[in-house]
Design a binder for this molecule. Structure first.
Ligand code: CUA
Length: 333
């Protein structure tokens, strides 16, 4: 029983050993200094205890001592600072070749969507030895995506996208938790990250390939009538969206923004926040009409939209696809 209790979780990502070394260093220093302080304290308490034959001596101070106990701790905290900052930047900047997975938290489940359209609940399948970048958001309150074995943790905040990346180093099942108290069933909001051999992962993806996120987004683009204004023809009353992803967009007020996920999301939900130069603020808001997943699908569509690919205005929209059925715990029956 005792043997099953481990001090540290498994090290299953490239970040885990780095986080652990820094953590051990800080704990080591802390233990060493507190032990030394305690030993000196006890020794002096005994050595200089009050005795009648020894009158108290005034102390004038010692410059050498003061310099030593200022410079050494300064050196130690500078090492901690430099080490932690470097690690922090490594943790927050995803590698260029990372693959994207979209994760939506809600009371009380994690819903993950892969780029090929594969969806899963409270499970996330990823390949090993491949950086994975998660785009997190929430449908209701703040949740927090936490995989102890990977040493990664990131809030999922309603109304914005946050990013977390990791690279699993060995296949296996690793616990996924919500680490932000989010209501009655917060403790149930857990699942598994399943790291797979790349070939197994490919197989897993292809068995579930449905329609890609971008393809679902294309249907939404037609269904929500976006195409009637964002058409790529002479009658367009709104900016053409082809090839705009991650490109600068000039605004009415003279400033410019990069058309990233957050900008696209804001432009769908609150179109008047940033008006593109040369257009009238005529777009209605889609706040409350689209789920977080649909927003992600629409953004994936715009992201993939190349010149000449805007659907034609009279292409018929498919009826909305049936949402995967889940019970209130998020399980697929
Ligand atoms: Cu979600 Cu706690």
């Amino acid at each position: 029983m005792i043997a099953q209790i481990t001090l540290f979780p498994d090290q299953a990502s490239t970040l885990a050993p780095e986080v652990d070394s820094l953590y051990s260093f800080i704990i080591g220093i802390t233990v060493a200094i507190s032990t030394a302080t305690a030993i000196v304290l006890i020794y002096f308490t005994i050595k200089y205890r009050r005795r009648s034959e020894m009158p108290a001596q005034p102390i004038e101070g010692s410059l050498a001592l003061e310099i030593i106990w200022s410079v050494i701790p300064l050196g130690i905290v500078i090492v901690m600072f430099v080490w932690s900052s470097r690690l922090y930047f490594r943790i927050i900047v995803p590698p260029e070749d990372a693959i994207d997975v979209y994760v939506v938290g809600r009371q009380w489940m994690w819903k993950c969507q892969h780029f090929g359209g594969q969806q899963e609940i409270n499970e996330l399948h990823v390949p090993v030895n491949q950086p994975v970048r998660l785009k997190l958001t929430s449908e209701d309150v703040i949740h927090d995506f936490y995989v102890p074995d990977f040493r990664v943790k990131q809030d999922a905040v309603p109304g914005r996208y946050s990013t977390l990346w990791f690279e699993a180093t060995k296949p296996g099942r690793f616990r996924l938790y919500c680490a932000e108290y989010c209501g009655k069933d917060h403790a149930q909001m857990a699942g598994w990250v399943i790291a797979q051999d790349p070939r197994d992962h490919e197989r897993w993806l292809s068995q579930r390939a449905d329609r890609s996120l971008a393809l679902r987004g294309r249907q939404l683009f037609l269904r929500f009538q976006c195409v009637s204004c964002h058409s790529a023809d002479a009658r367009a009353r709104a900016p053409i969206l082809e090839g705009i992803y991650r490109q600068p967009v000039r605004l009415q007020d003279g400033s410019s923004v990069i058309a990233d996920d957050d900008y696209l999301r804001e432009s769908i939900l609150n179109p008047r926040a940033k008006i593109v130069a040369g257009y009238d603020p005529i777009m209605p808001t889609f706040q409350g009409q689209m789920s977080e997943e649909e927003l992600l699908q629409l953004i994936a569509f715009i992201r993939a939209l190349k010149p000449g690919e805007t659907p034609s205005r009279n292409e018929a929209a498919e009826p909305p696809p049936a949402a995967p059925k889940t019970d209130d715990k998020g399980r697929t029956p």
